[in-house]
Design a protein around this ligand. Structure first.
Ligand SMILES: Nc1ncnc2c1ncn2[C@@H]1O[C@H](COP(=O)(O)OP(=O)(O)OP(=O)(O)O)[C@@H](O)[C@H]1O
Ligand SMILES: [Mg+2]
Length: 423
């Protein structure tokens, strides 16, 4: 509690917070190394957050974005008092619930039921109140069948359902959520987003860490961009996300991770992944996705063949369409432009993919520009539940024979089966 914060309608105040970690080096593996280090383990001090300050007024929904390792989770853990800053302070003036790491706060050996009581009590709820809300919590989680199963047998999706159901039902005024929802299935994510909207409309305060910039754009009042532990931008989501994506793309373009060859007058300058005209880093299986390849040529180039290769992180080619195969080769290009390669109902299953591009002459022998690792993108779960391989062929299953029962189990889990069967 902080009375000065309460007085001016501030739900959360982060004041000059710095958080450092000791990063230990490997133990000495040779005598020489042992002597060099005097037999001690060496460590370096790493600053995960540097002088971070901002205030969140009551009723605001804030999205925190930033690259992997930029300090987002560290910041949320400091807010949730799981970590203590080395300098600066955080004052929280509201009843807070935090959804941070998967299963944090859950006891694996205890049943879902016991964990609900335990978790809600930790979040400050009295036992009679928990008992009163228990049915709502279980109903929201849709885990009726598994509520007496030890949570160690839950799938990650089930963990998230239960944790989220508890967090929103303890009636918090301030909710901190770290990425966690990406684990659940789409229907449940939808349900959570609806809950957020309701939450926000009730004047509660929300801090959301996510890589999904489109949900920040659509849902948050404000975005904060963390970069190497410092605030790089703080303001309206559209503005912050635009400069964030712009910077990330520039970094990708100049990244040593990409390599190019070719001597041609035409070069690929950028590759965008778009859904509904919005640039994305992550898309979903089943989305209508457009790959936009921007180019520039210094002189007229006749019959340029553009190809887009999509590979897995291990370098296996998943697909490699070209404008020549598609009979979509312009008579010439000159100056700048882009070509959209539009894919309806994306068949890629969840995972990370890498895009490579190539521009060549008609025969494809003369390569004008080949960019290896032009960019990467992630595919999140969509309507398909398939998880193996790279694509779904959207098969239809038809059973036949007298020995087959007429009814089928749909998404419902058959009684007596392992809870891991669902997400
Ligand atoms: N307990 C720890 N000990 C040492 N270093 C840590 C610890 N926790 C985090 N770090 C480091 O601090 C930096 C920030 O980590 P953090 O988890 O906050 O990033 P993040 O923005 O949440 O990243 P991501 O998007 O991958 O979740 C990283 O470089 C990470 O390796
Ligand atoms: Mg994180």
């Amino acid at each position: 509690m902080n009375d000065s914060a309460a007085a001016d309608g501030i739900a959360l105040r982060v004041d000059s917070v710095t958080k450092t970690f000791k990063v230990h080096h490997e133990r000495a593996t040779s005598l020489k190394q042992f002597i060099a280090t005097g037999g001690r383990n060496r460590y370096e001090v790493f600053e995960a957050l540097h002088d971070v300050s901002f205030e969140v007024p009551v009723g605001e929904a804030v999205g925190i974005i930033g690259h992997n390792g930029s300090g987002k989770s560290t910041l949320l853990k400091c807010m949730a008092k799981i970590l203590t800053p080395n300098a600066g302070s955080i004052s929280i003036n509201k009843r807070m619930a935090a959804l941070l790491e998967l299963g944090a706060g859950f006891h694996p050996e205890l049943s879902g039921r016991d964990n609900v009581f335990l978790n809600a009590a930790i979040l400050g709820m009295a036992r009679p109140e928990i008992a009163r809300r228990f049915d709502d919590i279980v109903a929201f989680s849709e885990l009726e069948r598994f509520i007496d199963t030890p949570v160690k047998n839950y799938s990650s999706g089930m963990y998230v359902r239960l944790a989220f159901a508890v967090a929103i039902n303890v009636d918090p005024d301030l909710l901190l959520i770290d990425e966690i929802l990406a684990v659940g299935d789409v229907t449940f994510q939808q349900k959570c987003m609806e809950k957020f909207v309701q939450f926000r409309d009730e004047g509660r305060t929300l801090v959301l860490v996510t890589h999904d910039t489109s949900s920040v754009r659509n849902f948050c009042d404000r975005a904060i961009w963390l970069d190497h532990g410092e605030i790089k931008a703080d303001g309206p989501p559209a503005d912050v996300i635009d400069i964030y994506t712009e910077t990330m793309l520039e970094a990708q373009a100049s990244d040593d991770g990409s390599s190019r060859r070719g001597d041609g007058p035409v070069r690929v300058t950028k590759v965008d992944v778009l859904v509904a005209d919005t640039r994305m880093e992550r898309v979903r299986s089943g989305d209508d996705v457009t790959f936009r390849v921007h180019f520039e040529s210094t002189e007229p180039v006749p019959n340029p063949v553009f190809s887009l290769m999509i590979s897995s992180l291990e370098g296996i080619t998943v697909t490699a369409p070209s404008s020549r195969d598609a009979r979509a080769v312009p008579v010439s290009v000159d100056g700048s432009g882009y070509v959209d390669i539009s894919v309806g109902d994306l068949a890629l299953i969840p995972g990370s993919y890498v895009i490579h591009t190539e521009v060549s002459g008609w025969s494809r022998k003369h390569v004008y520009d080949h960019v290896q690792n032009a960019r990467s993108f992630d595919v999140l779960a969509g309507e398909t539940s398939e998880a193996d391989g790279f694509v779904t062929l959207r098969p239809t299953w038809t059973w036949a024979g007298d020995g087959v029962s007429a009814e089928r189990y749909d998404r419902e889990v058959p009684p007596g089966s392992e809870p891991d069967d669902i997400t």
